[in-house]
Ligand binder design. Sequence first.
Ligand code: GAR
Length: 208
Amino acid sequence: MAKRIAVLVSGGGTNLQALIDAQGRGEITGGRIEAVLSSSPDAYALERAKNAGIPGYVVNRADYDSNKAMTLALVEQLKELRIDLVVLAGFMTILTDEMVDAFPNAILNIHPALIPSFCGPGCYGLHVHEKALAYGVKLSGATVHFVSAECDGGPIVLQKAVEVLPDDTPEVLQRRIMEQCEWKLLPQAVSLFCQDRLRVEGRTVRIL
Ligand code: GAR
């Protein structure tokens, strides 16, 4: 049975688009994107879902008092949709433990840096690249990891690096990392999960 995938988004949704395109090319083996859930009603990612014929749902952060209350609403919706794999693709709310408990080793996140660098609370989106440039690193990249109770701290599935160039701005570096790392790694990791080829052994993910 194909695994039922939900993609959680908050913004532009280029990583969602990479997943949709990979699915269109037949590269998500053993899984299908069944739903897109957005933390904001204005996210352009919802347009992308609509254009691809994928049902979109809004679980608006602004409607909830806390991250925990929002997480519980998301879990309920995901369970109702009988989701097997939750993919955080530019999802900007920190989920609470209830999500990890409901989907143990079944939530993947894409982070735009080489974890454990430039990650954790407050390190998201363009801020990540601002911090990498301010630090002066010569390499940065992206990481796909399983989501655990610790923000950006779960077992690493895939990583890819690119060079940081002398005249990079945060926007230029972000674009290079998206094009060369994120849009490739995320569909690969999702496809591996859907083929039951990811085995978590402590902090290590073995690719079968
Ligand atoms: C991506 O670069 C993603 O890695 C990052 O936000 C961007 C979303 O872009 N995610 C995080 O920083 C999570 N900590 P997108 O909406 O175009 O996919």
